[in-house]
Design a protein around this ligand. Structure first.
Ligand code: GLY
Length: 352
């Protein structure tokens, strides 16, 4: 069992423990008086864990209202968000009630944004059921929905009251969903911890889930404590994401987020090596580790396609894009690259 305290503007605990799912209600009742708990989930996750979570909350004295959406990124839309808000209002939820995000990143981001804005803010709890959500999106209070023009374009920073992570739930979803999370785990090693990165090459993430999640969350805790609002050091968490998001968009979202982050990390590390920021052996090590976890390292999209998509990224300021560039395994830095140079980076990163 691991408990990590996040000292954000509203402090909260990330609790990681195998088999803890049925104890959610009991633990939440120590934080909130009995109230209505709306359990927001997708159809796949709810079929697996909805009953356990609802029963646990009911036994602890909560009135439970399940709300189940279709699985997939399309549920992270303004339309789904509007319907969810109407559901909350129709059921007379008040500021003293709570939303429970039971699922992966889509459910966590949507529920968090609904919580941030319903009645100008009500509490919510993250119950991540994917590795990606456990190590990244459930922690740090970034909430959002997508627009047709791009991902996460409408959102808010709104911290959860609790993150309740049962590692036993993570391997039950498809293998490709688990591998998405492995890409984010590798990201933490490349970003901040060379030993952790090397250990990932020797022992599998699946065998050491509780420890791996705790180490990633601890790294994220250090970063978000320093920069909750993403103005500085937190941008390092976008390692692999600028080109990753571009691949995701160009693939018409047929490639998953984690797989695209893997491609993005491989491109930026190859570019960093080619442009003299890190050693060629580091780029090789990143590629090898991604391949060990059966993650892709080559872009299916062309330089022109990725350039166009990357230039529509919301993180462009004054015609410069901030790339997270590896200097060695465990160390990265932000480099402000003029938009006109992006093509050079993509070509250096091996994109054709
Ligand atoms: N997922 C990146 C962040 O939380 O900043």
């Amino acid at each position: 069992m691991k408990s990590i305290e996040i000292s954000a503007s509203t402090p909260y605990t990330v609790h990681i423990e195998k088999g803890c799912l049925p104890h959610l209600g009991q633990n939440l009742s120590a934080l909130l008086s009995p109230c209505t708990a709306a359990v927001i989930s997708d159809e796949n996750v709810f079929a697996l864990y909805g009953e356990t979570v609802c029963a646990s909350l009911q036994q602890a004295g909560f009135r439970v209202l399940p709300y189940v959406l279709a699985a997939g990124e399309q549920s992270k839309s303004l339309a789904s968000y509007g319907k969810l808000q109407e559901f909350l209002a129709q059921n007379h939820l008040r500021r003293s009630d709570v939303l429970i995000a039971l699922g992966g990143g889509v459910i966590g981001d949507l529920t968090g944004f609904a919580a941030a804005t319903y009645l100008r803010g009500i509490p919510y709890v993250q119950v991540p059921t994917t590795l990606l959500a456990a190590v990244d999106s459930s922690v740090g209070g970034k909430t959002a929905v997508d627009l047709p023009m791009g991902k996460n374009l409408v959102g808010a920073f709104w911290q959860p009251s609790l993150v309740w992570c049962d590692p036993d739930t993570l391997p039950s979803l498809p293998d490709s969903v688990f591998r998405d999370g492995c890409a984010e785990v590798i990201k933490y090693g490349l970003l901040r911890d060379a030993d952790f990165f090397r250990r990932l090459g020797h022992a599998s993430v699946a065998e050491h889930l509780e420890n791996v999640i705790a180490q990633c969350v601890t790294m994220k805790q250090e970063i978000v404590t320093e920069d909750e609002r993403d103005r500085g050091v937190r941008q390092l968490l976008n390692l692999g994401h600028t080109f990753g998001h571009a691949v995701e968009e160009c693939s018409g979202y047929t490639l998953s987020h984690g797989h695209c982050v893997a491609i993005g990390m491989a491109i930026i590390t190859r570019a960093a090596a080619a442009l003299g920021y890190c050693a060629a052996s580091d780029a090789k090590a990143v590629e090898q580790l991604l391949q060990t976890y059966h993650l892709p390292t080559v872009s299916p999209c062309s330089v022109s396609q990725l350039e166009r998509a990357a230039l529509s990224d919301k993180k462009i300021f004054e015609d410069k894009i901030h790339l997270v560039v590896p200097e060695s395994i465990g160390h990265c830095r932000l480099v402000a690259v003029p938009a006109t140079e992006l093509r050079r980076w993509l070509i250096a990163g091996g994109v054709q």
